[in-house]
Ligand binder design. Structure first.
Ligand code: AHR
Length: 499
């Protein structure tokens, strides 16, 4: 294949909102216990946080972290998770059929966020609870003091309010699996009522209303329209969630997953704009893509289902997907899609962070390591700064069963002063691509480039072989007349820095 990219630095799509590189920590499986928290682990600090994991989270470069769920939040009583640790109740977690010990709660999570250097994005429970409990949580976290609920925070050891920028009004309320699932009309009403009330406490709070759990939901589209009719003036963001997996050995379609993400974002933006026009609003509704990743839901459904009224394990192994090179190429491609839409998608969260469909894995009492998906995420977060440019990539096409003919090569570019970073993916499963990058707009120098690819696209990193897959240096095969030419292997992702 052949592709050519000319960068025009005057074609600015948006300033980059670094919240695009957010993560997600849910009380689920071994995310908390033996993931981020393991008293007695050789690297644990005096609060029980694994320092090896803290270091990896910092290296990953996640900006905001959504918490505490996910499906978990729809059965969560936040009050259980504050106060003296040894007095906190153990509760059934119906979402994951587990026992929640509440040893780690709001205060511990906020302490941990300070260690990793990320900001908190908090979800309220609109499944089994309502407006009053959301208000209580907001008062507890955000009001400086002088009321019963805010003084309780102070008594629990935190004088200053928690730094919570964004709030999710529930989680995946369109999904029949969600505790308290309801139809769009009913959810729209409770979301509007709660948003209005939360704004009475804090008018500047940034609020995210639930969109669809996926573009494949039967209610997709109508859900967004109905919910936004109730909430358009009251919220800042509508959420999108999407998970991708290779199905029935169709690697070509899987590698093209970012096409689905593009369409999803554009459909939701279109519906939001229609509702905005309908109600005569000047406001642009933003998107919080607050769950996205590769997740092998079909392959491991049975392994991830715990049943039995007497069977509620603590921190069972759940959703511990092991990611391949192909999965990481898709993750890199999805980041390109998010960057391309950075004018609308101002916040996103890779779901999730540690052990649970995660870029970081741990062994209880043992090591931690980077999955393949860690590599494109950390690199994109490290290199993407400044503004996002509008690009046209002139590329040959590949044919996919799922999305028809699509460009083999796709790219995004950020520019910061006289430096630019190009992120590029070759989505052909079978053929390499000759990628010509026209450098003339910048100083014309490639200052660094790395590529993710492998002769075995199903190669993975494991505890026994944690560096089986790493990024390799990528050198141009030719540089002449202000054009650098790269050979991108089949199913590969690369980052190129120019100045
Ligand atoms: O990320 C795993 C689960 O996926 C979340 O709990 C839920 O919101 C989604 O269905």
């Amino acid at each position: 294949h052949h592709a050519r990219l000319t960068i025009d630095p005057t074609r600015v799509r948006s300033t980059l909102d670094r919240r695009l590189f957010g993560g997600f920590v849910e009380h689920l499986g071994r995310h908390i216990h033996t993931g981020i928290f393991e008293p007695g682990h050789p690297t644990a600090d005096d609060r029980g946080f694994r320092r090896d994991v803290v270091d990896l989270v910092r290296e990953l470069g996640v900006t905001t972290i959504r918490y505490p769920g996910g499906n978990f939040v729809s059965g969560f009583r936040w009050e259980d998770s504050v106060g003296p640790q040894d007095e906190r109740p153990r509760r059934l977690d119906l979402a994951w059929h587990s026992t929640e010990t509440n040893e780690v709660g709001l205060h511990e999570f906020a302490d941990w966020l300070e260690l990793v250097g990320s900001d908190m994005m908090l979800a309220v429970n609109l499944g089994t609870r309502g407006t009053l409990e959301a208000l209580d949580l907001m008062e507890y976290t955000r009001v400086p003091g002088g009321t019963a609920t805010s003084d309780r925070r102070i008594a629990n050891g935190r004088t200053a309010p928690f730094d919570v920028g964004m709030w999710c009004l529930g989680n995946e309320m369109d999904g029949p699996w969600q505790l308290g699932h309801r139809n769009a009309e009913d959810y729209g009403k409770i979301a509007a009522m709660t948003a209005r009330a939360m704004r009475q406490v804090e008018p500047e709070a940034e609020l995210v209303v639930c969109g669809s759990s996926g573009a494949q939901m039967p209610t997709f589209g109508e859900w967004e329209r109905t919910v936004l009719r109730h909430t358009y003036d009251l919220v800042d963001f509508i959420s999108c969630h999407a998970y991708y997996e290779e199905r029935a050995g169709d690697l070509a379609t899987f590698l093209a997953s970012p096409v689905d993400m593009d369409r999803f974002i554009e459909t939701v933006s279109g519906i939001a704009d229609e509702v905005g026009r309908e109600i005569g609003s000047e406001k642009t509704m933003l998107i919080s893509f607050d769950e996205w990743n590769v997740w092998y839901q079909e392959r491991f459904r049975d392994v991830n289902t715990i049943t039995g009224a007497g069977n509620w394990p603590v921190a069972p192994r759940l959703l511990e997907d092991v990611y391949s090179v192909a999965d990481a190429v898709v993750v890199g491609g999805l980041l390109i899609s998010l960057l391309r839409h950075s004018d609308r998608v101002r916040s996103a969260s890779l779901a999730q962070l540690v052990n649970v469909i995660a870029p970081i894995m741990t062994t209880p009492g043992g090591d931690s390591w980077r999955q393949t998906t860690f590599l494109p995420f950390a690199t994109t977060s490290r290199l993407a700064h400044g503004t996002v440019l509008d690009l046209e990539v002139d590329s040959d096409q590949v044919t996919t069963a799922g999305y028809g003919d699509i460009p083999a090569v796709d790219a995004a570019c950020t520019a910061d002063g006289d430096r630019a970073s190009v992120f590029v993916v070759n989505r052909s499963a079978t053929e390499g691509a000759r990628f010509e990058l026209v450098l003339s707009a910048f100083g014309g120098r490639v200052v660094g480039a790395s590529v993710l690819s492998d002769a075995d696209v199903y190669a993975v990193n494991t505890e026994a072989d944690p560096l089986r897959v790493t990024l390799q240096e990528l050198a141009p095969v030719e540089t002449a007349d202000g054009v650098a030419v790269f050979e991108l292997p089949a199913a590969s992702w690369a980052a190129i820095e120019i100045e």
